[in-house]
Design a binder for this molecule. Sequence first.
Ligand code: PLP
Length: 474
Amino acid sequence: MTKVRELILHRGLSSGSKLPSSRDLSRQLAISRNTVINAYDRLISEGYLEVKGKAGIFVSEQIPETALSISTASVDAEQRAFSVTSNKIMPLRHRSPLLYQRPKERLELDFRIGRPAASSFPERLWTRLIVEKMASSGRRMTEYGNPAGLEELRVAIAAHLATARGIRAHADQVIVVAGCEEGLNLIAKVLSPPGSTVYVENPCYKGVPFVFESYGASIVPISVDDEGLCVDELVERERGIICVTPSHQFPLGVTMSLSRRLKVLQWANSMGTYVVEDDYDSDFRYDGSPLPALAGLDKSGSVIYIGTFSKSIGAGLRVGYLVVPEELIGPVREAKALLNNGNPWLEQAVIAEFLSSGGFRSHLRQIRQTYLKRRNTLLEQLRAHFNEITIMGEGGGMHLTWILPDSIYNARALQYECLHVGVGIYSIDDSPAIDFNNMHLRERAIFFGYPCLSETEIVTACKRLAAAATRVLR
Ligand SMILES: Cc1ncc(COP(=O)(O)O)c(C=O)c1O
């Protein structure tokens, strides 16, 4: 299996090229034909190969050429850095935003990224609040509301952000949206005309470049290192919106240092542009005290803040919010009104009550404890099975990054091996992240979302993972 995979990956067979028949290859490699057939089957299921009817088996057209010439030479420290960036404008039109394809059957032990535990949803309380709100709804189910969102909810969000994230904003600056995704669309609609430039982190959440590109913007990736966005790469570049995840960089998990935060604010202010801060999972911080949000440091009105309840309560709610600088209140409200005239009243009323009654605070306290224990179990298990481990992003959020040891063949191979034993782990290509020509990450990074598995399940999953790893050694 490994020999056949190496033949494809290391001998630089280009995508679309035909493979020898199983008989010929078994002779060439002096291995049994059954081994070759099994290997071909596996590589077909992993997407490396595809069958074209009677014409034979071919290297998949989907594999980028760059992935077909992986060097086995040991990588030096510089190559290992995750800041390899082409810094070119990256047209995404040839890349599908739907690359993230999960197996059809539900995985038994799935380290899904970015999902809260299903059991954490406060079902009973929610049901009670819905009934209460309906009982007092009056005409609000038949009337249009404020497109910017329910007043009570905007007030509650502003109060929450002041204490939790150090953001001083009044309720008018808050625009309730259907999750970060709608927030990004509104920002793009208002601020990113065709031909404008948008700087994104490399790697980043897939939604960001795809949304902005869909409005005609040119996407320019900027490297990320262990202090977050490499702001120096912006110097002498043209004006453009910058999209960042300072609290817990997506997907690597690094926290942007204070000096970088100040630098990016300074750059945006001097260029007269905006920084979009996606603060998607900052409700979870386990080690050290959290830095305030970038929007909390901003004195010049340069930050557009995006928050979401997808991670802290549930993605099914589809509720998030923007906090915009004063001069954008009008244009963003107008764009929201034109788009859909505001979010449904009932869900907003329930969330407002949840926040203002203190329910949200105690919910967060509870799930933070649960996630902390799950994160600790995962770290202990990885250490127990793999000794020295390189981990990033474990200090907060809902996922962490494991940089594979050299002994393991590569991230995708391990991911697929785990798939066969019911364990879901994620390489960057199969995650909600996108990277721009960063081969090291593609090859070596594995992402684990840990909220959805109990401690016992994490122990079982790691046992299976360790056994799977022995099957993908170099
Ligand atoms: C970094 C990041 N931003 C935004 C989102 C989307 O959030 P929402 O559900 O609020 O659209 C995600 C979802 O996984 C994410 O990981």
